[in-house]
Design a protein around this ligand. Structure first.
Ligand code: ADA
Length: 572
């Protein structure tokens, strides 16, 4: 029996696909109960719970009328049918803020990495019908979830953010095939097979590119991996203009998978970013996975709509702030030809976090998972981490160096950076492939009668460029990874005052003109694409409506005045 429900959903479920496995997509309606802060998750008796509601998966509860803004424990439950006595893998695309998984009443896994795609392996047990319960908690409990802090400038949503799948595993499972382009002139790629289960000394398998002819191989297995170099037949290069994708299907006697990838290189030379050897300027936005109604859950029509707006604006670049991205978003970026910066979760982390072993450990685990999960996306060209961390303190060096190493050990084919707001005081730019600066001149501006805040933008950017060009950093590309101004949708003002659409439009006009005429700037990701919910606490005093209003579109994707300004400049 093949219960693979993926084929009918293949436009929605991300790669890789496992055509030979029994895969059940568990999205849909689940039993639900919100226990709030009344229980201690450590002593909860899962068998005594009454489920008095229903909820959807994916779905976060704290954006919905019944549970809006609530924090606490929620339980999602459903019955699942499997073959008896099989080994299972539960794949959760992402959730928040932390969770525990129960299979027939027994704990089989825990998740403390918000937004990360994570897998949990366990035995099905006898019988065919089972109870799956996911306990999700969105309390800011730093002992349980060391990665998300209250002061982060985006809401920490509670619930299941992305799809869930259940796989029945064969004795030897082929988990991933990671493809790295080695030579774009000949189509040579490295294929790295990740295996688990009953490992043989040598693995017989077949490879077929683009659903064509199968070629047979038999290769030694070392530490659960098989690595080989192969030429892709009739290859075409991937680029934003021609986002050509290839598929590769690999079959072992027990298992099979189809991965999608693209052939391209991303390198730097003399301050430029080169795609397939040609210099290009990255032009785009930072984007939160956030919507007033769905929080971080991304319905496919929303993803398509956002990407249509970004295309219309003339963008070729998206910085996925500030966490590992939805794999379906990355699949769409592969298809539509967007270049992406993906980063692990961090936001203005303080010296005390850098000194906390739990934070350190979670950073490394999440960054590692991100790189492994997203390896095959040609769209992803930059890995990032620790947005606006304390990169001006010597005490942070160990963590910065460890994250650079973690990434480069797994993937040396992409550029690595972090978004710094420490500017001239930053200590670790020498470790970056690309220097990235978050800066808000003319917005978080000194209160002075003598200058218009907007007049601060160009001198600030010039001063930073002068700083990097005087030393050892002069050959590194420079990206403005954040810059922007707030505007409340629909608020027009003849003073062109701050928070008016007019102020924001003029602000982005100055920024985009500057970027267009300054060759030293290799990229721009404006802060940000669409307004997004943030603090509801007193931090919100600087965030009218408790929303980060610096979007060029508002939270319902209605374009502000700045939209046409950016569009004109990005589509010269
Ligand atoms: C920072 C941060 C963003 C956002 C922005 C702002 O640079 O990285 O997440 O908070 O500031 O709006 O001030």
């Amino acid at each position: 029996m093949n219960m693979n429900t993926r084929s009918c959903l293949s436009t929605e479920t991300p790669y890789p696909h496992y055509p030979d496995r029994n895969v059940t997509v568990l999205d849909g309606l689940w039993d639900f109960t919100f226990l709030g802060e009344s229980i201690d998750p450590d002593t909860i008796d899962i068998s005594s719970i009454t489920y008095n509601d229903i909820f959807c998966v994916p779905g976060v509860f704290d954006t919905t009328p019944a549970y809006a803004g609530r924090r606490g424990t929620a339980l999602y439950r459903r019955q699942v049918t499997t073959s008896p006595n099989t080994r299972l893998k539960l794949k959760i695309g992402g959730l928040g803020l932390w969770a525990r998984i129960y299979w027939d009443g027994t704990i089989v896994g825990a998740d403390d990495l918000p937004y990360s795609g994570m897998d949990f392996e366990f035995e099905a047990g006898s019988g065919c019908s089972h109870e799956l319960v996911i306990l999700v908690d969105n309390r800011l409990d730093y002992k349980r979830c060391a990665l998300f802090y209250q002061y982060y400038d985006f809401y920490g949503f509670g619930g299941i953010y992305r799809s869930i799948e259940l796989h029945e595993l064969p004795a030897l499972n082929l988990e991933r095939a990671r493809i790295t382009p080695l030579d774009i002139k000949t189509g040579l790629v490295a294929i790295d097979l990740e295996l688990a289960g009953a490992l043989p000394a040598r693995l017989p398998f077949t490879i077929a590119f683009d659903h064509g002819k199968e070629t047979a191989y038999c290769e030694p297995v070392t530490n659960g991996r098989v690595t080989l170099k192969v030429k892709v037949p009739r290859f075409k290069l991937w680029s934003p203009r021609k986002p050509h994708l290839h598929a590769v299907t690999i079959r072992t006697p027990d298992d099979g998978l189809t991965e999608r990838f693209g052939l391209r290189t991303i390198t730097t030379s003399k301050g430029k970013i080169l795609l397939n050897g040609k210099a290009l300027k990255l032009l785009g936005y930072c984007r939160h996975e956030s919507h007033m109604d769905f929080g971080p859950v991304q319905p496919l029509p929303l993803l398509i709509q956002d990407l249509q707006y970004l295309k219309d604006l003339g963008c070729n670049f998206v910085r996925g702030t500030h966490y590992p991205q939805d794999q379906r978003f990355l699949d769409l970026c592969d298809q539509l030809g967007f270049l992406v910066w993906e980063e692990s979760l961090g936001w203005g982390n303080k010296a005390e976090h850098f000194a906390n072993p739990a934070f350190f450990d979670a950073q490394i685990r999440q960054t590692r998972l991100m790189v492994r999960n997203s390896h095959n996306h040609p769209a992803v060209i930059i890995w990032g981490f620790l947005n606006e961390g304390k990169s001006d303190l010597e005490t942070s060096r160990e963590m910065y160096s460890a994250l650079f190493k973690t990434i480069r050990d797994l993937d040396s084919s992409r550029l690595v950076t972090y978004a710094s707001n420490r500017a001239e005081r930053d200590l670790f730019f020498d470790q970056c492939d690309v220097i990235s600066l978050n800066t808000y001149p003319g917005w978080y501006a000194a209160d002075t009668e003598k200058t218009r805040p907007l007049d601060e933008i160009v001198p600030r950017l010039n001063a930073f460029i002068k700083h990097i060009d005087t030393g050892a950093l002069k050959n590194k590309p420079f990206i403005i990874s954040e810059i922007g101004a707030g505007a409340i949708y629909g608020w027009h003002d003849r003073f062109r005052a701050m928070w008016s659409e007019e102020y924001q439009a003029e602000y982005l006009d100055i920024v985009t003109r500057y970027v267009a005429k300054t060759p030293r700037v290799a990229g721009l990701s404006i802060w940000h694409f669409a307004d997004a919910r943030t603090y509801t606490s007193s931090y919100a005093l600087g965030r009218p409506r408790t929303i980060n209003d610096k979007g060029t579109l508002d939270e319902y994707r209605r374009p502000k005045l700045a939209y046409e300004v950016v569009k004109k400049r990005f589509n010269p």
